[in-house]
Design a binder for this molecule. Structure first.
Ligand code: KG4
Ligand code: ZN
Length: 349
């Protein structure tokens, strides 16, 4: 089995071929970072135009690297939401066109499910598991029970974790995308220097809030004024990253308790419960080492995809296609793109 996966929901144009065993035969990602850099964030119109310009060439490259032809494919999977709707439509229409021309099934994939199931491709993680999904647009804690079967325990009430990194980087003049820049700056900083808030810490539940944290960073920058130094920037980056991770850990402790109560103390096979961290921010080593400690304390095992599969890519979309194809699922060519598409339809908006 070979499935082509297309991703175009944000600022990466990506195409990949994955086989039925989760072997990545090709995975081509074109980042549009340079095109959006002057604006300090993703401009939807520029993103959509870039997807149109590059998608067909990337598909060609992915097919060549995988050593197969479109006619060899078992199915085509394309991100159908959530995301920037112009971009989503481009990947989807391309996928549908290939499916129609080659008479193969089409699968419209939820981008978040791509992040959620990647560890089943890389580490064969069995269901159920707990998932911290931290990306540029989302910050959620979910119980993953099966393909298409999610229970949301918490979500952000304002900014997503990656958004907080990106906005803080902008305030500190560290450029775009902010996550890797803040992480690198933080390595040279003193995380205890600035007393920044830990929004919602100590409050019940598993929801997140990061917008106050970003505002607090802005206030510190304003207080320092023109005398701000490079070291001040590093210390602010480190203090921000510490505060954000503290907030996440506090929320995760509640989630671990809820999950353990729901699922019993150990997995049915006697092994530890699994916590998966996925999405672009899961590439952050500092966050991962904090989560590792939480896992040790709570008898969980932490699993994270390799950094290149944490940020947006086509392989994760192809893999959801593989999982759904094996279950006999198919989507019609009339499937609509969705700007919003929660994984847990029962969770409040
Ligand atoms: O999953 P992703 O590639 O796209 C979305 O679906 O949003 O995530 C992108 C986000 C950006 O906000 C980026 O700044 C953040 O992930 N990110 C990181 C790191 N690498 C990427 N945040 C913190 N530390 C990193 N090393
Ligand atoms: Zn993503």
């Amino acid at each position: 089995m070979r499935v082509l996966g297309l991703e175009s929901s944000c600022d990466e144009t990506a195409a990949a071929v994955v086989d039925g065993a989760g072997c990545i035969l090709s995975n081509v990602v074109l980042s549009q970072i340079e095109e959006h850099k002057p604006y300090g964030g993703v401009v939807p119109e520029i993103a959509a135009r870039a997807h149109i310009d590059h998608m067909d060439r990337l598909i060609e490259q992915a097919m060549t690297e995988a050593g197969c032809e479109l006619g060899d494919l078992s199915a085509v999977a394309a991100t159908s939401g959530p995301g920037l709707i112009g971009g989503v439509m481009i990947g989807m229409m391309t996928g549908k066109a290939i499916a129609a021309a080659k008479q193969i099934p089409f699968l419209g994939v939820n981008h978040l499910e791509g992040h959620a199931l990647t560890v089943r491709m890389t580490d064969q993680v069995p269901f159920p598991y707990m998932l911290l999904l931290v990306s540029g647009g989302h910050c959620q804690i979910l119980v993953v029970r099966g393909v298409g079967n999610y229970q949301r325990l918490g979500t952000t009430i304002d900014d997503a974790a990656g958004e907080a990194f990106d906005k803080t980087a902008k305030i500190l003049g560290l450029g775009y995308p902010g996550g890797p820049a803040v992480e690198a700056a933080a390595q040279q900083g003193d995380e205890s220097r600035f007393k920044l808030p830990r929004p919602l810490k100590g409050k019940p539940g598993c929801d997140f809030s990061f917008s106050g944290l970003k505002t607090a960073v802005r206030r510190e920058v304003e207080k320092l004024g023109d005398t701000i130094t490079q070291q001040d920037m590093y210390d602010l980056a480190a203090s921000f990253q510490r505060a954000l991770c503290d907030s996440i850990l506090d929320r995760m402790r509640h989630a671990v308790e809820i999950y353990q109560k729901q699922e019993g103390l150990a997995q049915a096979d006697g092994g530890p419960h699994v916590l998966v961290v996925a999405g672009g921010v899961a590439a952050n080593s500092y966050l991962k080492s904090n989560l590792q400690q939480l896992c040790l304390d709570s008898h969980f095992m932490l699993v994270a995809p390799p950094p290149a599969l944490c940020t947006d890519n086509g392989a994760m979309i192809a893999w959801v296609g593989v999982e759904r194809f094996k279950l006999g699922q198919r989507d019609g060519l009339d499937l609509a793109a969705r700007a919003r598409w929660p994984l847990d339809p029962n969770a409040p908006p």
